[in-house]
Design a protein around this ligand. Structure first.
Ligand code: FAD
Length: 479
Protein backbone atom coordinates (compact mmCIF):
# COMPACT_ATOMS: atom_id res chain seq x y z
CA UNK A 1 0.00 0.00 0.00
CA UNK A 2 1.13 3.51 -0.84
CA UNK A 3 2.80 5.77 1.75
CA UNK A 4 1.93 9.45 2.15
CA UNK A 5 5.41 10.42 1.00
CA UNK A 6 5.09 8.29 -2.13
CA UNK A 7 1.74 9.93 -2.80
CA UNK A 8 3.25 13.43 -2.54
CA UNK A 9 6.23 12.54 -4.70
CA UNK A 10 4.02 11.00 -7.37
CA UNK A 11 2.33 14.35 -7.94
CA UNK A 12 5.59 16.00 -9.13
CA UNK A 13 4.93 15.04 -12.71
CA UNK A 14 4.45 18.23 -14.71
CA UNK A 15 0.64 18.09 -14.72
CA UNK A 16 -1.00 21.16 -16.26
CA UNK A 17 -3.12 22.79 -13.56
CA UNK A 18 -4.17 26.35 -14.40
CA UNK A 19 -5.20 28.77 -11.65
CA UNK A 20 -6.16 32.39 -12.34
CA UNK A 21 -4.80 32.12 -15.87
CA UNK A 22 -1.40 30.79 -14.84
CA UNK A 23 0.12 27.36 -14.78
CA UNK A 24 0.89 25.94 -11.35
CA UNK A 25 4.39 24.49 -11.22
CA UNK A 26 3.99 22.22 -8.19
CA UNK A 27 0.57 21.41 -6.71
CA UNK A 28 2.08 19.95 -3.54
CA UNK A 29 3.61 23.27 -2.50
CA UNK A 30 1.10 25.73 -3.99
CA UNK A 31 -0.90 27.40 -1.17
CA UNK A 32 -4.19 26.59 -2.92
CA UNK A 33 -3.60 22.84 -2.89
CA UNK A 34 -0.79 21.99 -0.44
CA UNK A 35 -2.88 21.47 2.69
CA UNK A 36 -5.68 19.32 1.22
CA UNK A 37 -3.03 17.24 -0.56
CA UNK A 38 -1.13 16.89 2.73
CA UNK A 39 -4.35 15.71 4.38
CA UNK A 40 -4.78 13.01 1.73
CA UNK A 41 -1.13 11.97 2.13
CA UNK A 42 -1.81 11.55 5.84
CA UNK A 43 -4.80 9.35 5.00
CA UNK A 44 -2.54 7.05 2.95
CA UNK A 45 -0.19 6.77 5.95
CA UNK A 46 -3.07 6.06 8.32
CA UNK A 47 -4.41 3.39 5.95
CA UNK A 48 -1.03 1.68 5.93
CA UNK A 49 0.06 2.07 9.51
CA UNK A 50 -2.91 2.69 11.79
CA UNK A 51 -6.12 1.19 10.47
CA UNK A 52 -6.98 -2.33 11.59
CA UNK A 53 -5.77 -4.58 8.74
CA UNK A 54 -8.42 -7.19 9.58
CA UNK A 55 -11.25 -4.78 8.78
CA UNK A 56 -9.70 -2.51 6.12
CA UNK A 57 -7.54 -4.84 4.00
CA UNK A 58 -7.71 -8.28 2.38
CA UNK A 59 -5.12 -10.66 1.02
CA UNK A 60 -5.32 -10.35 -2.76
CA UNK A 61 -5.20 -13.90 -4.18
CA UNK A 62 -3.42 -12.78 -7.37
CA UNK A 63 -0.45 -11.32 -5.48
CA UNK A 64 -0.66 -12.73 -1.95
CA UNK A 65 -0.29 -9.15 -0.67
CA UNK A 66 -2.29 -7.24 1.88
CA UNK A 67 -4.34 -4.83 -0.21
CA UNK A 68 -6.72 -2.03 0.70
CA UNK A 69 -10.32 -3.28 0.82
CA UNK A 70 -11.32 -0.45 -1.52
CA UNK A 71 -10.00 -2.65 -4.36
CA UNK A 72 -11.88 -5.76 -3.29
CA UNK A 73 -14.38 -7.13 -5.82
CA UNK A 74 -17.17 -8.09 -3.42
CA UNK A 75 -18.59 -11.60 -3.64
CA UNK A 76 -20.69 -11.59 -0.45
CA UNK A 77 -22.27 -9.45 2.26
CA UNK A 78 -19.12 -10.07 4.32
CA UNK A 79 -17.00 -8.52 1.55
CA UNK A 80 -19.34 -5.53 1.51
CA UNK A 81 -18.87 -5.22 5.28
CA UNK A 82 -15.14 -4.91 4.64
CA UNK A 83 -15.79 -2.28 1.99
CA UNK A 84 -18.02 -0.39 4.43
CA UNK A 85 -15.19 -0.34 6.98
CA UNK A 86 -12.68 1.06 4.50
CA UNK A 87 -15.10 3.75 3.32
CA UNK A 88 -15.75 4.73 6.94
CA UNK A 89 -12.04 4.89 7.64
CA UNK A 90 -11.32 7.22 4.71
CA UNK A 91 -14.39 9.37 5.44
CA UNK A 92 -13.70 9.78 9.14
CA UNK A 93 -10.37 11.47 8.31
CA UNK A 94 -12.29 14.48 6.96
CA UNK A 95 -15.41 14.06 9.13
CA UNK A 96 -17.24 13.12 5.94
CA UNK A 97 -16.70 16.42 4.13
CA UNK A 98 -14.39 15.02 1.44
CA UNK A 99 -16.43 13.00 -1.04
CA UNK A 100 -13.92 11.96 -3.66
CA UNK A 101 -11.22 10.23 -1.66
CA UNK A 102 -9.21 7.39 -3.22
CA UNK A 103 -11.82 4.76 -2.28
CA UNK A 104 -14.36 6.46 -4.55
CA UNK A 105 -12.68 5.84 -7.93
CA UNK A 106 -11.41 2.46 -6.69
CA UNK A 107 -15.05 1.45 -6.19
CA UNK A 108 -15.83 2.12 -9.84
CA UNK A 109 -12.84 0.13 -11.05
CA UNK A 110 -13.64 -2.79 -8.73
CA UNK A 111 -17.19 -2.71 -10.10
CA UNK A 112 -15.98 -2.70 -13.71
CA UNK A 113 -13.41 -5.45 -13.07
CA UNK A 114 -16.03 -7.70 -11.47
CA UNK A 115 -17.90 -7.95 -14.79
CA UNK A 116 -15.33 -7.61 -17.59
CA UNK A 117 -17.75 -9.33 -20.01
CA UNK A 118 -19.57 -6.02 -20.37
CA UNK A 119 -16.41 -4.45 -21.84
CA UNK A 120 -15.74 -7.56 -23.95
CA UNK A 121 -18.98 -6.83 -25.81
CA UNK A 122 -16.94 -4.30 -27.80
CA UNK A 123 -14.02 -6.74 -28.35
CA UNK A 124 -12.16 -8.95 -25.90
CA UNK A 125 -9.09 -6.70 -25.98
CA UNK A 126 -11.06 -4.01 -24.12
CA UNK A 127 -11.89 -6.36 -21.24
CA UNK A 128 -8.21 -7.36 -21.13
CA UNK A 129 -7.14 -3.69 -21.04
CA UNK A 130 -9.54 -3.07 -18.18
CA UNK A 131 -8.42 -6.04 -16.11
CA UNK A 132 -4.75 -5.24 -16.66
CA UNK A 133 -5.26 -1.65 -15.57
CA UNK A 134 -7.40 -2.63 -12.59
CA UNK A 135 -4.66 -4.99 -11.36
CA UNK A 136 -2.06 -2.27 -11.68
CA UNK A 137 -4.22 0.37 -9.98
CA UNK A 138 -4.94 -2.06 -7.14
CA UNK A 139 -1.30 -3.09 -6.68
CA UNK A 140 0.03 0.49 -6.90
CA UNK A 141 -2.87 1.93 -4.84
CA UNK A 142 -3.57 4.60 -7.45
CA UNK A 143 -5.79 7.63 -6.86
CA UNK A 144 -8.28 7.78 -9.74
CA UNK A 145 -10.97 10.47 -9.73
CA UNK A 146 -13.43 10.54 -12.59
CA UNK A 147 -15.02 12.97 -15.01
CA UNK A 148 -18.16 11.36 -16.40
CA UNK A 149 -20.51 14.28 -17.04
CA UNK A 150 -20.13 16.61 -20.05
CA UNK A 151 -20.30 20.42 -19.84
CA UNK A 152 -23.73 22.07 -19.59
CA UNK A 153 -23.96 23.07 -23.23
CA UNK A 154 -27.53 22.35 -24.22
CA UNK A 155 -28.99 19.51 -22.19
CA UNK A 156 -31.93 19.13 -24.60
CA UNK A 157 -29.54 17.94 -27.33
CA UNK A 158 -27.34 14.82 -27.59
CA UNK A 159 -23.55 14.98 -27.60
CA UNK A 160 -23.18 15.14 -31.38
CA UNK A 161 -25.62 18.06 -31.68
CA UNK A 162 -23.92 20.46 -29.28
CA UNK A 163 -22.79 23.88 -30.55
CA UNK A 164 -19.36 22.61 -31.57
CA UNK A 165 -18.46 19.03 -32.50
CA UNK A 166 -16.08 18.49 -29.59
CA UNK A 167 -17.62 20.54 -26.83
CA UNK A 168 -18.32 17.23 -25.10
CA UNK A 169 -15.12 15.17 -24.94
CA UNK A 170 -14.87 12.79 -27.86
CA UNK A 171 -12.57 10.85 -30.16
CA UNK A 172 -11.26 13.29 -32.74
CA UNK A 173 -8.83 10.86 -34.37
CA UNK A 174 -7.85 7.21 -34.35
CA UNK A 175 -4.19 6.18 -34.68
CA UNK A 176 -2.56 2.78 -35.01
CA UNK A 177 -1.38 3.00 -31.42
CA UNK A 178 -4.45 4.60 -29.79
CA UNK A 179 -6.99 7.40 -29.91
CA UNK A 180 -6.89 11.18 -29.62
CA UNK A 181 -9.46 12.90 -27.40
CA UNK A 182 -10.71 16.48 -27.65
CA UNK A 183 -13.27 18.47 -25.65
CA UNK A 184 -14.16 18.99 -21.99
CA UNK A 185 -15.77 17.20 -19.09
CA UNK A 186 -17.68 19.13 -16.49
CA UNK A 187 -16.50 18.27 -13.00
CA UNK A 188 -13.55 16.20 -11.91
CA UNK A 189 -13.22 16.63 -8.18
CA UNK A 190 -9.73 15.95 -6.78
CA UNK A 191 -8.16 15.94 -10.26
CA UNK A 192 -5.26 18.12 -9.09
CA UNK A 193 -4.13 15.23 -6.86
CA UNK A 194 -4.98 12.36 -9.23
CA UNK A 195 -2.69 9.75 -10.71
CA UNK A 196 -5.13 8.97 -13.52
CA UNK A 197 -8.54 10.30 -14.50
CA UNK A 198 -11.31 8.00 -15.64
CA UNK A 199 -13.04 9.78 -18.49
CA UNK A 200 -16.28 8.45 -19.93
CA UNK A 201 -20.04 9.20 -19.81
CA UNK A 202 -22.68 8.48 -17.23
CA UNK A 203 -25.22 10.66 -19.01
CA UNK A 204 -26.89 8.35 -21.55
CA UNK A 205 -25.59 8.50 -25.12
CA UNK A 206 -27.76 7.92 -28.19
CA UNK A 207 -27.25 6.66 -31.75
CA UNK A 208 -25.12 9.26 -33.54
CA UNK A 209 -22.96 9.80 -30.41
CA UNK A 210 -20.39 7.15 -31.44
CA UNK A 211 -17.50 9.66 -31.34
CA UNK A 212 -18.22 10.21 -27.65
CA UNK A 213 -18.78 6.57 -26.81
CA UNK A 214 -15.48 5.77 -25.10
CA UNK A 215 -14.14 4.94 -21.67
CA UNK A 216 -10.48 5.70 -21.10
CA UNK A 217 -7.89 6.17 -18.40
CA UNK A 218 -5.78 9.33 -18.74
CA UNK A 219 -2.67 10.08 -16.65
CA UNK A 220 -2.96 13.42 -14.83
CA UNK A 221 0.16 14.64 -16.60
CA UNK A 222 -0.93 13.57 -20.09
CA UNK A 223 0.16 16.01 -22.77
CA UNK A 224 -2.80 18.22 -23.68
CA UNK A 225 -4.77 17.56 -20.48
CA UNK A 226 -5.55 20.85 -18.76
CA UNK A 227 -7.03 20.97 -15.28
CA UNK A 228 -9.02 24.09 -14.34
CA UNK A 229 -9.87 24.29 -10.62
CA UNK A 230 -12.66 26.52 -9.37
CA UNK A 231 -11.57 29.08 -6.79
CA UNK A 232 -9.81 27.09 -4.04
CA UNK A 233 -11.09 27.75 -0.54
CA UNK A 234 -7.89 27.20 1.39
CA UNK A 235 -6.37 30.39 -0.01
CA UNK A 236 -9.42 32.32 1.19
CA UNK A 237 -9.10 30.89 4.71
CA UNK A 238 -7.25 33.35 6.92
CA UNK A 239 -6.52 30.77 9.61
CA UNK A 240 -7.43 27.21 10.56
CA UNK A 241 -9.15 28.51 13.71
CA UNK A 242 -11.41 30.77 11.64
CA UNK A 243 -11.93 28.32 8.74
CA UNK A 244 -11.16 24.83 10.06
CA UNK A 245 -12.75 22.99 7.12
CA UNK A 246 -12.04 25.37 4.20
CA UNK A 247 -8.39 25.51 5.17
CA UNK A 248 -7.87 21.73 5.28
CA UNK A 249 -10.49 19.69 3.45
CA UNK A 250 -11.19 21.45 0.15
CA UNK A 251 -10.97 18.56 -2.31
CA UNK A 252 -11.07 21.03 -5.23
CA UNK A 253 -13.49 20.56 -8.09
CA UNK A 254 -12.11 21.09 -11.56
CA UNK A 255 -13.17 21.24 -15.17
CA UNK A 256 -10.90 19.23 -17.44
CA UNK A 257 -10.08 20.23 -20.99
CA UNK A 258 -8.61 17.69 -23.37
CA UNK A 259 -6.61 19.39 -26.08
CA UNK A 260 -5.99 16.44 -28.38
CA UNK A 261 -4.88 14.07 -25.67
CA UNK A 262 -3.38 10.85 -26.97
CA UNK A 263 -4.52 7.69 -25.18
CA UNK A 264 -2.72 4.41 -26.02
CA UNK A 265 -5.00 1.44 -26.73
CA UNK A 266 -3.99 -0.23 -23.46
CA UNK A 267 -5.81 2.54 -21.58
CA UNK A 268 -8.99 2.34 -23.64
CA UNK A 269 -11.81 0.19 -22.20
CA UNK A 270 -14.64 1.20 -24.55
CA UNK A 271 -14.32 2.53 -28.08
CA UNK A 272 -17.09 3.92 -30.29
CA UNK A 273 -19.72 1.76 -28.63
CA UNK A 274 -22.82 3.58 -27.36
CA UNK A 275 -24.41 0.42 -25.91
CA UNK A 276 -21.39 -0.46 -23.80
CA UNK A 277 -20.95 3.10 -22.51
CA UNK A 278 -24.55 3.07 -21.38
CA UNK A 279 -24.24 -0.46 -19.94
CA UNK A 280 -20.99 0.00 -18.01
CA UNK A 281 -22.66 1.53 -14.94
CA UNK A 282 -25.63 -0.71 -14.39
CA UNK A 283 -24.66 -4.01 -16.07
CA UNK A 284 -21.68 -4.01 -13.70
CA UNK A 285 -21.62 -3.27 -9.96
CA UNK A 286 -19.83 0.06 -10.57
CA UNK A 287 -22.75 2.40 -9.93
CA UNK A 288 -23.95 0.72 -6.77
CA UNK A 289 -20.43 0.28 -5.41
CA UNK A 290 -19.43 3.90 -5.90
CA UNK A 291 -22.71 5.06 -4.43
CA UNK A 292 -22.29 2.66 -1.51
CA UNK A 293 -19.13 4.65 -0.87
CA UNK A 294 -21.05 7.93 -1.05
CA UNK A 295 -23.70 6.56 1.31
CA UNK A 296 -21.16 5.48 3.91
CA UNK A 297 -19.40 8.84 3.52
CA UNK A 298 -22.69 10.65 4.11
CA UNK A 299 -23.44 8.51 7.17
CA UNK A 300 -20.13 9.71 8.66
CA UNK A 301 -20.99 13.32 7.82
CA UNK A 302 -24.45 12.83 9.36
CA UNK A 303 -22.85 11.76 12.64
CA UNK A 304 -20.62 14.82 12.49
CA UNK A 305 -23.60 17.10 11.87
CA UNK A 306 -25.51 15.43 14.72
CA UNK A 307 -22.59 16.09 17.05
CA UNK A 308 -22.38 19.71 15.92
CA UNK A 309 -26.14 20.23 16.37
CA UNK A 310 -26.10 18.79 19.87
CA UNK A 311 -23.04 20.73 20.99
CA UNK A 312 -24.50 23.91 19.52
CA UNK A 313 -27.72 23.42 21.50
CA UNK A 314 -25.71 22.67 24.65
CA UNK A 315 -23.56 25.75 24.12
CA UNK A 316 -26.49 28.07 24.69
CA UNK A 317 -28.43 25.90 27.15
CA UNK A 318 -31.31 25.27 24.77
CA UNK A 319 -30.74 21.49 24.73
CA UNK A 320 -32.90 21.15 27.84
CA UNK A 321 -35.94 22.69 26.12
CA UNK A 322 -38.41 20.03 24.90
CA UNK A 323 -39.09 21.84 21.57
CA UNK A 324 -35.36 21.83 20.82
CA UNK A 325 -35.10 18.17 21.76
CA UNK A 326 -37.98 17.29 19.43
CA UNK A 327 -36.34 19.38 16.72
CA UNK A 328 -33.09 17.44 17.14
CA UNK A 329 -35.04 14.18 17.05
CA UNK A 330 -37.18 15.01 14.03
CA UNK A 331 -34.64 16.90 11.93
CA UNK A 332 -31.33 15.23 12.78
CA UNK A 333 -31.73 11.85 14.48
CA UNK A 334 -34.45 10.74 12.06
CA UNK A 335 -32.27 11.26 9.00
CA UNK A 336 -29.22 9.79 10.75
CA UNK A 337 -31.13 6.64 11.66
CA UNK A 338 -32.57 6.28 8.15
CA UNK A 339 -29.18 6.67 6.49
CA UNK A 340 -27.58 4.13 8.85
CA UNK A 341 -30.41 1.65 8.32
CA UNK A 342 -30.19 1.98 4.54
CA UNK A 343 -26.39 1.52 4.57
CA UNK A 344 -26.84 -1.57 6.72
CA UNK A 345 -29.58 -2.96 4.46
CA UNK A 346 -27.57 -2.25 1.29
CA UNK A 347 -24.62 -4.13 2.78
CA UNK A 348 -26.40 -7.10 4.34
CA UNK A 349 -28.95 -7.73 1.56
CA UNK A 350 -26.79 -7.60 -1.56
CA UNK A 351 -27.92 -8.39 -5.05
CA UNK A 352 -25.57 -11.08 -6.33
CA UNK A 353 -25.21 -11.03 -10.12
CA UNK A 354 -22.56 -12.97 -12.04
CA UNK A 355 -20.79 -13.75 -8.78
CA UNK A 356 -20.47 -10.09 -7.75
CA UNK A 357 -22.31 -8.82 -4.66
CA UNK A 358 -23.80 -5.42 -5.37
CA UNK A 359 -24.92 -3.33 -2.44
CA UNK A 360 -28.71 -3.59 -2.69
CA UNK A 361 -29.64 -1.01 -5.36
CA UNK A 362 -33.05 -0.20 -3.87
CA UNK A 363 -31.51 0.89 -0.57
CA UNK A 364 -28.63 2.68 -2.27
CA UNK A 365 -30.97 4.76 -4.40
CA UNK A 366 -33.42 5.35 -1.54
CA UNK A 367 -30.56 6.73 0.56
CA UNK A 368 -29.24 8.92 -2.26
CA UNK A 369 -32.69 10.32 -2.76
CA UNK A 370 -33.25 10.95 0.93
CA UNK A 371 -29.87 12.62 1.32
CA UNK A 372 -30.46 14.80 -1.72
CA UNK A 373 -33.82 16.00 -0.47
CA UNK A 374 -32.88 16.39 3.21
CA UNK A 375 -29.42 17.97 2.97
CA UNK A 376 -30.77 21.54 2.64
CA UNK A 377 -33.09 21.01 5.65
CA UNK A 378 -30.21 19.67 7.71
CA UNK A 379 -28.26 22.87 7.10
CA UNK A 380 -31.39 24.86 7.94
CA UNK A 381 -31.59 23.06 11.29
CA UNK A 382 -28.06 24.13 12.18
CA UNK A 383 -28.93 27.71 11.21
CA UNK A 384 -32.11 27.58 13.33
CA UNK A 385 -30.21 26.31 16.36
CA UNK A 386 -27.49 28.92 16.01
CA UNK A 387 -29.57 32.05 15.55
CA UNK A 388 -27.23 35.04 15.39
CA UNK A 389 -24.36 33.21 17.09
CA UNK A 390 -22.40 32.55 13.88
CA UNK A 391 -22.43 36.25 13.09
CA UNK A 392 -21.74 37.60 16.58
CA UNK A 393 -18.12 36.44 16.63
CA UNK A 394 -14.83 38.33 16.49
CA UNK A 395 -13.39 38.75 13.00
CA UNK A 396 -10.46 36.45 13.71
CA UNK A 397 -8.66 34.61 16.47
CA UNK A 398 -6.25 37.54 16.82
CA UNK A 399 -8.94 39.34 18.84
CA UNK A 400 -8.20 36.96 21.74
CA UNK A 401 -4.61 38.17 21.98
CA UNK A 402 -4.97 41.82 20.96
CA UNK A 403 -3.73 44.14 23.71
CA UNK A 404 -6.80 46.34 23.42
CA UNK A 405 -9.31 43.61 22.70
CA UNK A 406 -8.49 40.53 24.82
CA UNK A 407 -10.40 41.75 27.85
CA UNK A 408 -13.63 42.37 25.87
CA UNK A 409 -13.60 38.81 24.64
CA UNK A 410 -15.47 37.74 27.80
CA UNK A 411 -18.66 38.96 26.10
CA UNK A 412 -18.27 36.08 23.67
CA UNK A 413 -18.59 33.55 26.49
CA UNK A 414 -21.79 31.55 26.92
CA UNK A 415 -22.48 29.53 30.09
CA UNK A 416 -19.31 27.84 31.29
CA UNK A 417 -17.72 27.64 27.86
CA UNK A 418 -14.75 30.02 27.63
CA UNK A 419 -15.01 32.50 24.73
CA UNK A 420 -12.19 31.03 22.68
CA UNK A 421 -13.72 27.53 22.84
CA UNK A 422 -17.21 28.79 22.08
CA UNK A 423 -16.15 30.81 19.06
CA UNK A 424 -14.07 27.84 17.84
CA UNK A 425 -17.19 25.65 17.70
CA UNK A 426 -19.27 28.40 16.08
CA UNK A 427 -16.67 28.97 13.36
CA UNK A 428 -16.47 25.23 12.69
CA UNK A 429 -20.24 25.03 12.20
CA UNK A 430 -20.33 28.16 10.07
CA UNK A 431 -17.63 26.71 7.82
CA UNK A 432 -19.98 23.81 7.12
CA UNK A 433 -23.10 25.92 6.78
CA UNK A 434 -22.37 29.43 5.62
CA UNK A 435 -18.96 29.89 4.02
CA UNK A 436 -18.22 29.26 0.36
CA UNK A 437 -16.89 25.86 1.43
CA UNK A 438 -20.24 25.22 3.14
CA UNK A 439 -22.19 26.26 0.05
CA UNK A 440 -20.18 23.87 -2.06
CA UNK A 441 -20.79 21.10 0.48
CA UNK A 442 -24.53 21.48 0.06
CA UNK A 443 -24.28 21.57 -3.73
CA UNK A 444 -22.14 18.46 -3.57
CA UNK A 445 -24.60 16.57 -1.38
CA UNK A 446 -27.36 17.47 -3.83
CA UNK A 447 -25.53 16.96 -7.12
CA UNK A 448 -22.53 14.68 -6.66
CA UNK A 449 -24.34 12.01 -8.56
CA UNK A 450 -27.28 13.45 -10.42
CA UNK A 451 -30.14 15.92 -10.56
CA UNK A 452 -33.31 15.10 -8.60
CA UNK A 453 -35.29 13.72 -11.54
CA UNK A 454 -32.52 11.21 -12.27
CA UNK A 455 -32.37 10.10 -8.64
CA UNK A 456 -36.17 9.73 -8.58
CA UNK A 457 -36.19 7.63 -11.74
CA UNK A 458 -33.57 5.25 -10.35
CA UNK A 459 -35.74 4.65 -7.31
CA UNK A 460 -38.85 4.17 -9.44
CA UNK A 461 -37.02 1.50 -11.43
CA UNK A 462 -35.65 -0.45 -8.49
CA UNK A 463 -38.67 -0.47 -6.19
CA UNK A 464 -40.54 -3.75 -6.21
CA UNK A 465 -44.03 -2.67 -7.29
CA UNK A 466 -45.22 -6.23 -7.95
CA UNK A 467 -46.08 -7.07 -4.35
CA UNK A 468 -48.24 -3.99 -3.92
CA UNK A 469 -49.93 -4.53 -7.25
CA UNK A 470 -50.71 -8.17 -6.35
CA UNK A 471 -52.08 -7.15 -2.97
CA UNK A 472 -54.41 -4.59 -4.53
CA UNK A 473 -55.58 -7.21 -7.04
CA UNK A 474 -56.25 -9.68 -4.21
CA UNK A 475 -58.17 -7.00 -2.33
CA UNK A 476 -60.26 -6.12 -5.41
CA UNK A 477 -61.01 -9.76 -6.11
CA UNK A 478 -62.09 -10.39 -2.52
CA UNK A 479 -65.42 -8.54 -2.71
C1 FAD B 1 -19.48 19.87 -6.05
C2 FAD B 1 -19.70 18.83 -7.11
C3 FAD B 1 -18.72 17.90 -7.36
C4 FAD B 1 -18.89 16.95 -8.37
N1 FAD B 1 -17.89 16.06 -8.64
C5 FAD B 1 -17.99 15.26 -9.71
C6 FAD B 1 -16.90 14.42 -10.10
O1 FAD B 1 -15.86 14.35 -9.43
N2 FAD B 1 -17.02 13.68 -11.21
C7 FAD B 1 -18.16 13.69 -11.97
O2 FAD B 1 -18.20 13.03 -13.00
N3 FAD B 1 -19.22 14.43 -11.61
C8 FAD B 1 -19.16 15.21 -10.50
N4 FAD B 1 -20.23 15.98 -10.14
C9 FAD B 1 -21.55 15.73 -10.74
C10 FAD B 1 -21.80 16.19 -12.12
O3 FAD B 1 -20.79 16.93 -12.68
C11 FAD B 1 -23.15 16.89 -12.30
O4 FAD B 1 -23.22 18.09 -11.58
C12 FAD B 1 -24.32 16.04 -11.93
O5 FAD B 1 -24.28 14.79 -12.59
C13 FAD B 1 -25.64 16.72 -12.34
O6 FAD B 1 -25.63 17.05 -13.68
P1 FAD B 1 -25.67 18.56 -14.16
O7 FAD B 1 -24.93 19.40 -13.20
O8 FAD B 1 -25.27 18.54 -15.56
O9 FAD B 1 -27.18 18.96 -14.00
P2 FAD B 1 -28.29 18.94 -15.12
O10 FAD B 1 -28.47 17.53 -15.57
O11 FAD B 1 -27.97 19.95 -16.16
O12 FAD B 1 -29.53 19.36 -14.28
C14 FAD B 1 -29.66 20.67 -13.72
C15 FAD B 1 -31.13 20.94 -13.54
O13 FAD B 1 -31.76 21.03 -14.82
C16 FAD B 1 -33.08 20.45 -14.76
N5 FAD B 1 -33.12 19.35 -15.72
C17 FAD B 1 -32.11 18.95 -16.52
N6 FAD B 1 -32.51 17.93 -17.29
C18 FAD B 1 -33.78 17.67 -16.98
C19 FAD B 1 -34.75 16.71 -17.44
N7 FAD B 1 -34.46 15.82 -18.38
N8 FAD B 1 -35.97 16.72 -16.85
C20 FAD B 1 -36.27 17.61 -15.89
N9 FAD B 1 -35.40 18.55 -15.42
C21 FAD B 1 -34.17 18.57 -15.96
C22 FAD B 1 -33.28 20.04 -13.31
O14 FAD B 1 -33.84 21.12 -12.60
C23 FAD B 1 -31.87 19.83 -12.81
O15 FAD B 1 -31.76 19.90 -11.42
C24 FAD B 1 -20.10 16.93 -9.12
C25 FAD B 1 -21.10 17.87 -8.86
C26 FAD B 1 -20.91 18.81 -7.88
C27 FAD B 1 -21.98 19.82 -7.63
Amino acid sequence: MRTGREFLESLHDGRAVYLDGERVTDVTSHPAFAEPIRQVATMYDLARERWDPDTTTYVEPATGSRTSAMWLIPRSAADLALRRHIHRAWSECSFGVMGRTADSGASILAGFAGTPDVFARGGKQFAENLLRFYSRARDEDLFIPYAVVPPQGDRSKPAHKQREPFLYAGVVRERDDGIVLRGAQMIATSAVMAHYLLVTYITPLVAGDEDYAFCAMIPANAEGLRIYPRRPYSTMATSTYDYPLSSRFDEIDTVVVLKDVFVPWEHVFIYRNVDVVNAQWHDTAAHTLVNFHTLVRFSVKMEFVAGLALKLAELHGIHTLPPVQTQLGAEVALLGAQIDALAHAAQTLPLVRGGVARPNPLYIYAAMNLQRRQAPDLMRTLRELGGGAFIAVPSSDRAFVGVDTAEDMRYFQAGDTPPEKRVKLLKLIWDLVGTEFGGRQLQYDMFYSAAQHVADMRLYRWYDWSRGRAMVDRCLEGY
